[in-house]
Design a protein around this ligand. Structure first.
Ligand code: SAH
Ligand code: SF4
Ligand code: F3S
Length: 535
C-alpha cells in the first residue's frame, strides 16, 4: 500500500516546552536551532517513522518549517520499493544543491529505505546534496548525530548490524525501546488528531525475491505486547477514533518474543511456507483482542475503529480470522497482497503460497466476516511472466472482485535475489499489462462501489478537502467565488467518501447516504439528523 495520500497538514508545529520550568535555562536559544522540514515518501511505516523524527526534532527545540524552501534542515524519508520512488529524490538533488547555495548552513539528511549498509559508498554519488545518511534503524539517532541534543534529551541508540543472506543490514533491535521512550515523553508528532498509526513489528523476514524491504529494514522485531497496548490506551485517552497497526507483516507479530505464561493458550503453528513455532507467544489475534478490550465506561470500544496493514497470506491464521469476526472495533476490511494469479510466478517470487491456498483463506474470511472489503497488491511483468501467466492474474481479479488493487510493473532492485533472474518482460509489455489490469480493475471497482448507492454508511470524517479548480462548475451551494467546503472520510470498509461539510465534522463518525459511485471513491450526503458524533 504505497504512496498513501498525505494527511492534511495541520500547519507548522512548534517545539514542546519543558514540563518543569527550572529546565528553561537548558533550552537552547531558538535562533541557533534549525527550522526543519520532513519530506516523506513511501508507505505508512515511513509516515509513522517521520512522525517520530519530527517529534524528536520538536522536543530538541527545533521549529517546523512549512516547506523545504523555508527550512534549514531537510529530512528526506525515502522509499526504495521501485526505481521510480528513488528517482523522485535523485531528481531533486539539483534543487536541493541550489537551496543550499542560497542558504549556507542548510543541512540535508537522507534516511528511510534507500539507505542500505552495503551501498554507503554509492549513496553520496547518487545523492550529492545530502550531508548525513541514516538507515531506518538509525533514525532515533537523528538529533544526536546533528549535534542538536539538548541537556534534556535522551541518549540515542547506536544502530547494530547483521546479515540477511550475505548482505549486511541494520537491525531494528533498538526501535522498540526508542518508540516506547518517545511515547512515554509524548514526543511523537502525529499528523492527524483522528487516526493514528501504531507500529507493532519492524522489519521483514519474508522471502519475496523482488523486494528490497528485508535489506532496508532488517529482520522482523516485534514490539513488546504491553508497550503496544499502552500506546493504544494513550491514543484512546487522547481521543483518537481510529488506530492502524503497522508492520510489513503484522500477521507475523510475536513470533520473536519470549514465551509468556499469559499466552500459554496460543497454540498456533504456521502451516504455509517456512515452519514457525508460535506456541505460548502473543500473536496478532491476542493483540487485537486486547486493544478491542479497551472499553469506555459504557462498554463500547475505546478505539472505535481498529485496522492493520500489511498481512502476508502465509501467516493468516484461523485465530486471526476469528478475532476479526469477533472484535467489534476491527474494521471490515482486509488488505491481502496476492502479487500474481499464477503459482509458477508466485514460486519464483518466493511468496510461499499457492493461489488455491490464498483463495481458501479468502473464502474463510468472507464467510467469517460477511461483506468484508478486500484489497490487494499486484506486480505485473515479473521475470519470466508469460502472457498466459499474466492472464491468470486477470482471471484472479475477475473471480475475487477486489474492492481495490494497487498494481505496479516489476522494477528490478539491486541486491535482491531476483537480480539473479532475467528481467525479460520488455518495458512496453509491462506497461500494456499494467494498463489492461488497471482497466479491468476500474470496472470491477466501479461495480463494487455502485453496490453502495442509496445505502447509508458510517463515515469517519478525516480531512477537509482543499478546493479544486473545477469545484465552481458543479457547485450550487457556495455561490459564485466560494465553493462549498468539502470533507473526506472513510467507511469501516475503507471506502473513501467525499461529502459536503466543514472542519467541524473532522473527527466525527456520521451517517451518510451514498449518492454517487466512481471506481475509486464514493460521494455522499450526510444524514441531517445525524450530523453530530454518534456517541
Ligand atoms: N509487506 C507488504 C508489502 C510491502 S511493499 C506485503 O508483503 O504485503 C508494497 C508492495 O510493493 C508489494 O506488495 C509489491 O506489490 C510492491 N513491490 C515490492 N517490490 C517491488 C518491485 N521490485 N517492483 C514492483 N513492485 C514491487
Ligand atoms: Fe517485501 Fe515480501 Fe516482506 Fe512484503 S512480505 S515487505 S513484499 S519481502
Ligand atoms: Fe518503501 Fe520502505 Fe515502505 S521501501 S514501501 S518505504 S518499507
Amino acid at each position: 500500500m504505497l504512496d498513501v495520500a498525505p494527511q492534511a497538514h495541520r500547519g507548522a508545529r512548534s517545539p514542546a516546552q519543558p514540563a518543569d520550568e527550572r529546565l528553561y535555562e537548558y533550552v537552547p536559544d531558538l535562533a541557533s536551532l534549525p527550522r526543519f522540514h520532513v519530506w516523506t515518501l513511501g508507505c505508512q511505516m515511513n509516515r509513522s517513522d517521520s512522525e517520530e523524527m519530527a517529534g524528536r526534532l520538536l522536543r530538541a527545540g527545533c521549529e517546523e518549517a512549512p516547506s523545504m524552501d523555508a527550512a534549514d534542515l531537510v529530512v528526506i524519508n525515502t522509499c526504495a520499493i521501485r526505481e521510480g520512488a528513488e528517482q523522485k529524490v535523485i531528481g531533486r538533488q539539483g534543487q536541493l544543491a541550489q537551496l543550499k547555495a542560497a542558504r549556507p548552513g542548510m543541512r540535508v539528511v537522507l534516511t528511510g529505505c534507500s539507505v542500505r549498509e552495503p551501498d554507503r559508498a554509492g549513496l553520496q554519488r547518487r545523492y550529492p546534496a545530502v550531508d548525513l545518511f541514516l538507515r531506518p534503524d538509525e533514525e532515533p539517532e537523528l538529533v544526536d548525530r546533528l549535534g542538536l541534543a539538548s541537556a534534556q534529551g535522551d541518549i540515542g541508540s547506536v544502530g547494530a548490524i547483521t546479515t540477511v543472506g550475505r548482505t549486511v543490514v541494520g537491525v531494528a533491535d533498538g526501535l522498540s525501546g526508542t518508540r516506547a521512550r518517545a511515547i512515554g515523553e509524548g514526543s511523537v508528532a502525529r499528523g492527524s488528531a483522528v487516526s493514528a498509526w501504531l507500529p507493532i513489528i519492524y522489519g521483514c523476514d519474508k522471502t519475496c525475491t523482488y523486494c528490497i524491504v528485508p535489506f532496508s529494514r532488517g529482520p522482523e522485531r516485534s514490539r513488546p505486547f504491553d508497550d503496544i497496548v499502552n500506546e493504544a490506551r494513550s491514543l484512546a485517552a487522547a481521543g483518537y477514533r481510529e488506530v492502524t497497526l503497522l508492520g510489513q507483516n503484522v500477521n507475523s507479530y510475536g513470533h520473536d518474543l519470549a514465551p509468556d505464561a499469559r499466552f500459554a493458550h496460543v497454540d498456533a503453528e504456521r502451516w504455509a511456507g517456512r515452519q514457525l513455532d508460535l506456541h505460548g507467544r502473543p500473536d496478532l489475534a491476542e493483540l487485537i483482542r486486547a486493544i478491542d478490550g479497551l472499553r469506555t465506561a459504557d462498554g463500547l470500544p475505546a478505539i472505535p475503529r481498529l485496522r492493520f496493514v500489511t498481512s502476508h497470506p502465509w501467516d493468516l491464521s484461523d485465530r486471526l480470522i476469528a478475532a476479526l469476526a469477533e472484535c467489534p472495533s476491527v474494521c471490515e476490511h482486509l488488505h491481502l497482497p496476492v502479487q500474481s494469479g499464477d503459482d509458477v510466478v508466485l514460486r519464483r517470487m518466493g511468496r510461499q503460497y499457492t493461489i488455491s491456498h490464498y483463495r481458501e483463506r479468502l473464502a474463510r474470511i468472507r464467510e467469517a466476516v460477511p461483506g468484508i472489503t478486500i484489497s490487494t497488491d499486484v506486480i505485473v511483468g515479473f521475470c519470466g511472466e508469460t502472457e498466459e501467466q499474466f492472464q491468470a492474474t486477470m482471471a484472479l481479479l475477475e473471480a475475487v472482485r477486489y474492492d481495490q488493487v494497487f498494481a505496479a510493473a516489476y522494477s528490478p532492485r539491486p541486491g535482491t535475489p531476483a537480480m539473479r533472474l532475467v528481467d525479460d518482460v520488455p518495458p512496453e509489455v509491462k506497461r500494456r499489462r499494467l494498463n489492461e489490469l488497471l482497466t479491468l480493475q476500474e470496472s470491477i471497482g466501479l461495480e463494487r462501489n455502485e453496490a453502495w448507492l442509496g445505502r447509508e454508511v458510517r463515515v469517519l470524517v478525516e480531512t477537509v478537502t482543499p478546493p479544486r479548480g473545477h469545484d465552481h462548475a458543479d457547485d450550487h451551494e457556495g455561490g459564485a467565488g466560494s465553493p462549498a467546503p468539502r470533507v473526506a472520510g472513510r467507511t469501516r470498509g475503507n471506502k473513501l467518501v467525499h461529502l459536503p461539510g466543514g472542519p467541524a465534522l473532522v473527527g466525527q463518525e456520521i451517517l451518510v447516504e451514498i449518492v454517487h459511485a466512481g471506481p475509486y471513491a464514493l460521494r455522499g450526503t450526510p444524514n441531517p439528523d445525524h450530523v453530530s458524533a454518534i456517541r
